[in-house]
Ligand binder design. Sequence first.
Ligand code: COA
Length: 187
Amino acid sequence: MTKIGKDNIFPSLETERLILRPMTVEDTDFVFKHFGDSAVYQYLLDEPPVTEYAHAQEIIQFYSEQEGKTYNRWVMVRKSDHQPLGTCGFHKWDKRYFRAEIGYDLGPGFWGQGYMMESLRAVISNGFEQMRLNRIDALVYVENNRSIQLLQKLGFKQEGVLRDYFYSDGNFYDHSLFALLQREWKP
Ligand SMILES: CC(C)(COP(=O)(O)OP(=O)(O)OC[C@H]1O[C@@H](n2cnc3c(N)ncnc32)[C@H](O)[C@@H]1OP(=O)(O)O)[C@@H](O)C(=O)NCCC(=O)NCCS
């Protein structure tokens, strides 16, 4: 993983096949389509799907203009054809306790090729090195098997199940809490 661009806390990151760059207004069309795709939002139960263009604009504004930067989002762009594939980043960065939550979503046409694994390896390294995190949390709907498999491959350990943790469209959804500690990370 190579850091490129400005030497800030959330720099652009380069992996073998991808550039991860901070989300900007130029990504509005992509964000609108991506978060409106049912395969993407079906397990993102903490947020409603994006059905209005204004909602995509709000998401971009949220990530780009935030004071204090406790949330961030990279857009994963394939180097070979500049295709945006998905997004990933940190939520709820708590500097006092050296922890944050990780979040990620890949367009369904790009599943099964290791793109998220490649991205998260760079994102996690940035978290432990640049942000000086000690602990990275991940909250996953209990039936989101692809996501659970990805976290386990990265070394995250399951710590429990948070019953009825999110409420969406009239239903409550159990979520598993996973976490990775800095001392367990194998870059
Ligand atoms: C969760 C999600 C990112 C997982 O996507 P994914 O494609 O399974 O994950 P990866 O990109 O890491 O790819 C891993 C797969 O690629 C395969 N693969 C192919 N080439 C690979 C490579 N070079 N390196 C690693 N894996 C590779 C792996 O074997 C694995 O396949 P398998 O699932 O058949 O075992 C995706 O399902 C998603 O975005 N879902 C919707 C949003 C979501 O649920 N987000 C998470 C909320 S908690």
